[in-house]
Design a protein around this ligand. Sequence first.
Ligand SMILES: [Zn+2]
Length: 235
Amino acid sequence: MRFAYYQRLSERRKRTYRRSDAIEAVALPQGEPFAPRIERLMDALRAERRGEVEAICQQLIDDLCARLQVSPLRVKVSNVRPSGQWGELHGLYTPAQGRARAKIDVWMRTVARRQVVAFRSFLRTLLHELCHHLDYELFGLDETFHTEGFYKRESDLFRRLAGGPAGRRRASCSRRPVDRLPGAEAPAAMDQARATISGTRISSSLSPPCTPIWTWRRSPGRRSRSAKRPRAISV
Ligand SMILES: [Zn+2]
C-alpha cells in the first residue's frame, strides 16, 4: 500500500519512494547480544537517569552503525518533548552538515504529565530516526520517505533489539508519534516542530510549503563531495 502523498510526487521522487517501499528489512550482521544493553536502557529510563539513557542509546547506535558500516551518529536525549498545536515530537533526525555528524534527538518525557515515556515507544523512536540515516547511508536513497517499507525496516530492527522478554516488559505507548504519521498529515506542522527544536529558519527552497512529506530533497546539481547529504533536518 502506498500512502496518499505518493500521487503528488514527481516521477523521480516516486522512483525513490518505490525503492524505499521495496526494502523491508535491514541485513544486520551478527554481533554482541543486544539484550543486556536493552535491559540497562530500560532500567535507566525507568529510573529517569537521563545521562545514562543517552550514553546507552549512543552505545546502541554506535554498535548498529559499526555493524552496518555506515557513518556514526550523535545521539542526544532530552527531557520534555517539544510540542505545539501539531502535537508532540518524539524524535528528530538531522543529517550530517559540513563537519557536523548526523544527529538523532529523542525526548524521554511526555508533555502532559512530564512522565517518562514507555520504553518500547522510546526505543522505537530511536530506531525510527536511525532508519532515516540508513536510507541515505546504507540504501543510498536520494530522500528518506515514510513508506510502508520504511516502517517495516523500523519494525524489523525493533524486533531484533527488543524482541525478547526485556522489550515486552512494558506496554507500548498508545499515543502515535507525530513523526510516524504517514506522509501528508502536516508539513507545516513539522516545520513548526523543526523550528521549535532547532531555531532554524527553513528556507522555502528547501521546504516548499505544499510538500506533503517531512523530508527535504537533495538539491539537484549539488552533488559535490561536501554537499552529498541533504542540508536540512528531517524527522
Ligand atoms: Zn520519520
